[in-house]
Design a protein around this ligand. Sequence first.
Ligand code: EPZ
Length: 421
Amino acid sequence: MAKIIVEKSGPLHGEVVISGAKNAVLPIMAATLLSEETCEIKSVPALKDVEIMCQIIEALGAKVEKDLANNRVNITARGIETTEAPQELVTRMRASILAMGPLLARFGSATIHLPGGCAIGERPTELHIKGLRALGATVEVDTVNDVITARANRLYGNTIYLDFPSVGATENIIMAATLAEGTTIIENAAQEPEITDMANFLNKMGARIKGAGTDTVRIIGVESLHGARHNVIPDRIEAGTFMVAAAITHGAVLVKNVLPDHIKPIIAKLRECGAEVIPVDEGLVVQATDRRLTSTDIKTLPYPGFPTDMQAIFMALLTTVDGASAVIETVFENRYMHVPELKKMGASIKTDDRCALVTGNARLKGSKVQATDLRAGAAMVLAGLVADGRTEVTNIYHIQRGYERFVEKMQGLGAKIHMEE
Ligand code: EPZ
């Protein structure tokens, strides 16, 4: 079983280039199913999840030209032979559900096996179903076999209120609404930048979407969509990960290919801890050399709040700073699976439901720990950078799902880190 070995590394220095955003490229790849023409996508991160999405789209009958070494994927969804995504692939990646909206809109049917819960929560889909039903689809949920089947001769625009600003539900409904008859309005929509990136791509395909990135999105349906070219936005969570790596090691790192507007909460919280974050032409410099870092409190919220995907990563930093920090996780009901792993390393953290109290100044010691989800895996590596001795991180396929060349990029900053089979 492959594992990542991390030794105490001293301050990180140098520069790192951020890859394309995983959570933008997955919905964008799904959106290519809405047209029979070729879509050319660039800045595609070479990730396991991207490869799975390529396999799903290919299994449906589309032509996929994958060139991940050059971060490019071309998709031509002509000759789709089935609207049922293959179960063995879908159950490996929750984002497969994003194929439902496009398949339903273009072909009038979609069958997706439910991936089920995962380490961070039960991951329900009732908001996706509520949205597609509001557009006129008949949606059946087979809870015995965990399959969702949607059918619709035609989709019709409607106004849909999301009880929670679900990222995936917002994306699925937008994609389905692009080919519906009439206008759809999504209220209390998720506002993540990855949704805006997907909407920009869809508008290049001829869709008529306004308000993406706000809590109210308006989609005027069109007859069909054509091919398009698109560059995926940088991954704000990968950027945040390397910024925290610079802070926890008291180093100085230039993070390139980053959009500061997308990571305001991360910048604010790093500054509250006492790190310097300096905007420069090529990106951001995080400077924490010889700086005593202090505690701050974190409350995760839907965008533009502090991102839940950064909670574990930031918690690793908070175990090492002066003072105690309060963390509240409001987005997922079970996103503290990394806490026992950090405590194995000597961290002092108390959790109660969605709250965690992190005592600072922990002298972390190298240990055998596991990645419980992809962001928690990154958190364990960051803790290993400052822990005395050797840390072994297992279950690293989580990390490979969401970070392109993670070990290599860390090595480029001076981290003592390598992979072992
Ligand atoms: C997306 O997941 C991301 N994944 C997640 O990133 C991210 O953590 C999450 O958004 C929140 O930002 C992708 O974009 C591929 P949600 P998604 O639907 O769409 C509840 C990573 O690390 N909910 O916004 O599944 C749900 O239970 C991954 O890259 C419902 O109640 O997230 C959760 O508590 C992890 N009913 C909350 O909303 C629904 O029908 C947020 O879920 C759907 C969701």
